[in-house]
Ligand binder design. Sequence first.
Ligand code: RP5
Length: 164
Amino acid sequence: MEGIAKMKTKVAIIMGSKSDSPIMSEAENMLKAFGIKPEVRVLSAHRTPLATINYTVSARVKGIKVIIAGAGGAAHLAGVIAAHTTLPVIGVPMPTRYLKGIDSLFSTVQMPSGVPVATMAIGKSGAKNAAILAVQILALEDKKLEQKIAQFKRKLAASIKKKR
Ligand code: RP5
């Protein structure tokens, strides 16, 4: 069986700042739980706009299938990435000090018609769900991943039953 280290990377995780790492590592860990090692980059729509675009336009030819983008505040990262690729883009709004992530959520979710960003919840739940959604997208063409997602759902249901 192909080891996780040798697997071709199909998911990219981009974050606007290193300070987003404690949240976005949840997405990375969830992907790894499904046997997917993501490519992780810190790229900013505002601070490193050209590097962000360069990375995005080369992602598809490298074999990336889904991009997860997390940013906070005036969070344009996921939208800018979505503007430059035909790959599905999943946005994760970061919690913020003053507006508690509402700013990040609105900036990420309120995309104009024609440029979708699949926006998750604010924070760690959103980061985890971004990874699960990425796995579900990949599972459309991957029987083993489909089985892993089905097993994940069964475990989730069992854990809820235990709590009752
Ligand atoms: C955004 O600004 C980043 O995504 C981060 O959430 C926020 C704050 O960044 P730092 O000032 O901590 O680098 O671009």
